[in-house]
Design a protein around this ligand. Structure first.
Ligand code: NAG
Ligand code: NAG
Ligand code: NAG
Ligand code: NAG
Ligand code: NAG
Length: 357
C-alpha cells in the first residue's frame, strides 16, 4: 500500500494561520491601505449616487483605484479587515472607539472625550490600527456582521489602516491616553492587558494628568514603514495643524476637514509654515470625481511640497482646540503621490475668495 510522503502529508495538514493584518481590496494581506469613501452623487450608477463607492490605494496599487465593490461589502478592504471582529474573536483583543458611537451600543456621546474614531485589533503577534472619520462605525461586535452605517453615506470619509507588530501597541496605547477616546466596545484579556500596558487605562477612561498635553511617537509597521503619530489632549488648547503639526513637520499644510460646523478656523499664515483650508477635492481624470469640501467629512492633510501626508481625527475649528485627537502621518512616496494631486482649491490667507491654481 502506498504511504503518503511525509512532506506531502505535512502540506495537506498545514492550515495557513490567518495573520491579523489589514487586508487589501483584492483580499490580500497588506501592510497599510487608505480608503477614500466618495460623497453621494459622485458619479453615474446607483452605488455612486447613494455614496457607497470608494477609492482604494496601498503601496503597490499604483495610486488610486476604484473600490472593488460597495463600501458596505465585507469583501472589500475595510469589511475584510474588520471581519475577525464579527467571527470568532475569542483569541483576539480589540478596542472600538468613536466620539459618535453606533446608537445600539448604549454608550453616550460625551463631548469631553476626544474627537477621535478608530479600531485597534490584535492577536499575540500584532494586528492593525484603523484610523477613520466615520460616525457610528464600525458596528459593535454584538451586531454579528460588518455593515456601513446609513448616516455615513452622504459625505466623503477617509480610513487609514496600518498593520503593526505587537511591540508597537503599547506606544499606540500611550497615544490614546492623550486623545482620550470614547471606547464603546472592547475585549482585553489579562494576557493582553499585561503585554500591552495603557490599553486597559484607555478602556477605563484614564487620560494624561499633567503636561505636556501633546505627544508624538514613531511607529514601525509590520513591513518596516515608518509612521508618526501625533496626539493631543483637550488641555493642549490649540489647533492641531497651525499650533503644532505644520511646525513639527516643517512644511506648509493643505488641510481637508469638515467645514459645516461652527467656529471654522481660517487659513493661517501667521507662522513660518502656512496652514491652508482645502475647499475643492478632485480625483484624477478621466474617472474623477471632483467635489467640494462641504461634501467631505474626511480629515487629512498634505504637505504641498512633500513629502508628508496625514490622515486622522481632527477638524480645524474652535471647539476642537479643547478636545483630544490626533493624526497619523507618513512620508511615503506612494502616499504623497496619491494625495498631493487631490487638492484642487484652497482658501488663501486673509481672503474670502477661493484660490484655484
Ligand atoms: C472560537 O475559537 C476558539 C479557539 O480558537 C475555540 O475554542 C472556540 O470553540 C471557538 N468558538 C466558536 C463559537 O467557534
Ligand atoms: C449594508 O448591508 C446590510 C446587510 O446586507 C444592509 O442591511 C444595509 O442596509 C446595507 N447598508 C447600506 C448603507 O446599504
Ligand atoms: C494662527 O495659528 C496660531 C497657532 O494655532 C494661533 O495662535 C493664531 O491665533 C492663529 N492666527 C490667526 C489669525 O488665526
Ligand atoms: C507639543 O506641541 C508644541 C507646539 O505647540 C511643540 O513645540 C512641542 O514639541 C510638542 N511636544 C511634544 C512632546 O511633542
Ligand atoms: C470676509 O467676509 C466677511 C463677511 O462677508 C467680511 O466681514 C470680512 O471683512 C471679509 N474679509 C476679507 C479679508 O475680505
Amino acid at each position: 500500500m502506498a504511504t503518503l510522503n511525509p512532506m506531502l502529508l505535512a502540506a495537506l495538514l498545514w492550515v495557513p494561520v490567518r495573520t491579523l493584518t489589514c487586508y487589501g481590496d483584492s483580499g490580500q494581506p497588506v501592510d497599510w491601505f487608505v480608503v477614500y469613501k466618495l460623497p453621494a452623487q459622485s458619479g453615474p450608477g446607483k452605488a455612486a449616487q447613494s455614496g457607497l463607492r470608494y477609492k482604494y490605494m496601498d503601496k503597490d496599487s499604483g495610486g488610486w483605484r476604484d473600490g472593488a465593490g460597495s463600501i458596505n461589502s465585507s469583501a472589500g478592504a475595510v469589511g475584510r479587515s474588520l471581519l475577525p471582529l464579527y467571527q470568532n474573536a475569542s483569541q483576539l483583543a480589540f478596542l472600538l472607539y468613536n466620539d459618535q458611537p453606533p446608537k445600539p451600543s448604549g454608550a453616550q456621546d460625551l463631548s469631553s472625550r476626544g474627537h477621535t474614531k478608530g479600531v485597534l485589533l490584535l492577536d499575540q503577534e500584532g494586528g492593525f490600527w484603523l484610523v477613520h472619520s466615520v460616525p457610528r462605525f464600525p458596528p459593535p461586535t454584538s451586531s454579528a456582521a460588518y455593515s456601513w452605517p446609513f448616516n455615513a453615506q452622504t459625505y466623503g470619509q477617509t480610513l487609514l489602516c496600518v498593520s503593526f507588530p505587537l511591540t508597537q501597541f503599547w506606544k499606540i496605547g500611550r497615544q490614546l491616553t492623550y486623545t482620550y477616546p470614547l471606547v464603546y466596545d472592547h475585549k482585553l484579556d489579562v494576557a493582553f492587558a499585561q503585554k500591552v500596558p495603557y490599553l486597559e487605562d484607555v478602556v477605563k477612561g484614564h487620560h494624561v494628568l499633567h503636561g505636556p498635553w501633546n505627544s508624538s511617537v514613531t511607529l514601525t509597521s509590520k513591513a518596516g514603514d515608518t509612521f508618526q503619530s501625533f496626539a493631543k489632549f483637550g488641555k493642549f488648547g490649540d489647533d492641531l495643524y497651525s499650533g503644532w503639526l505644520a511646525e513639527a513637520l516643517g512644511s506648509n499644510l493643505q488641510v481637508q476637514f469638515w467645514q459645516n460646523s461652527h467656529g471654522i478656523l481660517p487659513s493661517n499664515c501667521s507662522r513660518d509654515q502656512h496652514v491652508l483650508d482645502v475647499t475643492q477635492i478632485a480625483f484624477p481624470e478621466p474617472a474623477g470625481p471632483a467635489f467640494s469640501a462641504t461634501e467631505d467629512h474626511s480629515k487629512w492633510c498634505v504637505a504641498p511640497e512633500g513629502p508628508w501626508v496625514c490622515v486622522g481625527d481632527m477638524n480645524r475649528n474652535l471647539r476642537e482646540e479643547q478636545r483630544g485627537g490626533g493624526t497619523l502621518c507618513a512620508q511615503l512616496p506612494a502616499l504623497w503621490k496619491a494625495f498631493q494631486p487631490l487638492v484642487k482649491a484652497w482658501k488663501p490667507c486673509g481672503e474670502n475668495r477661493t484660490f484655484f491654481p
